[in-house]
Write a protein that binds this ligand. Structure first.
Ligand code: DQA
Length: 146
């Protein structure tokens, strides 16, 4: 069975109460439930995790490589400046696994500092701007390439 880790970075545990006009009203538990349902439908064995900690995310990316799990990654603010995360994410794609960068909002329609992703160039692809549905589209991409 295709395996995937869905990894959510800093402040995404605050979904629901955090800037709902930008990120919507679904909280992180709602996101986990939706992702689990979509993964079931697509035949993907999924695990969803969230952390505010950069080194934790790096460790989870190493784990994905070792376990041969594809990755759906919302790096949140780390998107814009974390070379450590980029180097870890690059190991996923270099191992022949799919890594989809996802964003709930469309960073390109927002502040200038969000227009640069250091993850995008090493990701398999990026889905952004579709709300929580970005994760469904990312899982479809994983399933299509598996
Ligand atoms: C985000 C966009 C980032 O710019 C921001 O820092 C986040 C969430 C998104 O899902 O839209 O925390 O990754």
């Amino acid at each position: 069975m295709t395996r995937a880790l869905v990894l959510n970075g800093p402040n995404l545990g605050r979904l629901g109460s955090r800037e709902p006009e930008v990120y919507g009203s679904a909280d992180h538990d709602d996101l986990v439930a939706a992702v689990s349902r979509w993964a079931d439908e697509l035949g993907i064995d999924v695990e969803v995790r969230q952390t505010d900690d950069e080194s934790q995310l790096v460790g989870w990316l190493h784990e994905a490589v070792d376990a041969r799990a594809h990755v759906v990654l919302n790096p949140a603010a780390f998107t814009h400046y974390s070379y450590a995360l980029r180097d870890a994410a690059a190991q996923v794609t270099h191992a022949g696994l799919t890594l989809v960068e996802v964003h709930i909002s469309n960073p390109y329609a927002r502040e200038e500092f969000r227009h640069r992703s250091v993850i995008g160039p090493i990701a398999t692809g990026t889905v952004a701007g579709f709300g929580v549905d970005s994760y469904r589209l990312a899982l479809q991409a994983v399933a299509a390439r598996a």
